[in-house]
Design a binder for this molecule. Structure first.
Ligand code: HEC
Length: 176
């Protein structure tokens, strides 16, 4: 009888909230911070292309490097046991790892290509950095997808933003 009570206490201690609130919390906080950094970087680049913020090659490169570094680390930031409330990461990530990781790899490739372009960015935004009104987007998406290095920077940014949205619509809990 007594040993059963002790055993129960031990099991309770193992399953209790102190464990759940441990390392998982740090991982969740870190990935949310890295998501926020990606959001700030993407916004900075979008605003430069939209003329809402002064274009600076160095700032463009810094933001693109942040996107590339954060996107590249994405897959490792969602380990088992850190999904579901209170995090906004859906538990479904665990059942759809290949799809989740493919999205992460895709955005990583695009962000790497953008960072390389930003590393050679001219002092002012040139026409060839602009989205090419349709010849790449729409008509031959397959060809463009095959080689992000050949896409204009603005087009890369738009594809990156599409990946943010695709992943959030599947794997992020709706905000209240
Ligand atoms: C492969 C999936 C995936 C991609 C790609 C992705 N996100 Fe997320 N994002 C998530 C998930 C899942 C969460 C919820 C994380 C949590 O609460 O633990 C999230 C949360 C966020 C948050 C909220 C962070 C917070 O403070 O709670 C922001 C902002 C965000 N993402 C921005 C972006 C931006 C911008 C991009 C693209 C540049 C992007 N995300 C790409 C999956 C993704």
């Amino acid at each position: 009888m007594r040993s059963r009570i002790i055993l129960r206490a031990v099991l309770l201690a193992l399953a209790g909230p102190s464990l759940a609130a441990g390392p998982g919390d740090t991982i969740v906080a870190a990935r949310q911070a890295s998501m926020k950094e990606m959001a700030a970087a993407a916004r900075a680049i979008a605003e430069m292309f939209d003329g809402k913020r002064a274009y600076e090659p160095a700032a463009f490169k810094a933001a693109a490097d942040t996107l590339s570094a954060r996107a590249g680390g994405l897959t490792g930031e969602f380990p088992q046991g850190t999904l579901g409330a209170p995090s906004a990461a859906r538990p479904e990530i665990d059942q759809a790892r290949p799809e989740f990781e493919a999205l992460a790899r895709h955005i990583g490739r695009l962000a790497d290509a953008l960072a390389i372009k930003a590393g050679n960015a001219p002092p002012g935004i040139t026409a060839d950095m602009r989205m090419d009104g349709g010849s790449l987007l729409g008509k031959r998406p397959g060809a463009a997808e095959a080689d992000p290095a050949r896409m204009p920077a603005e087009h890369l940014l738009h594809l990156i933003l599409q990946d943010c949205t695709s992943c959030h619509s599947k794997f992020r809990q709706k905000q209240q």
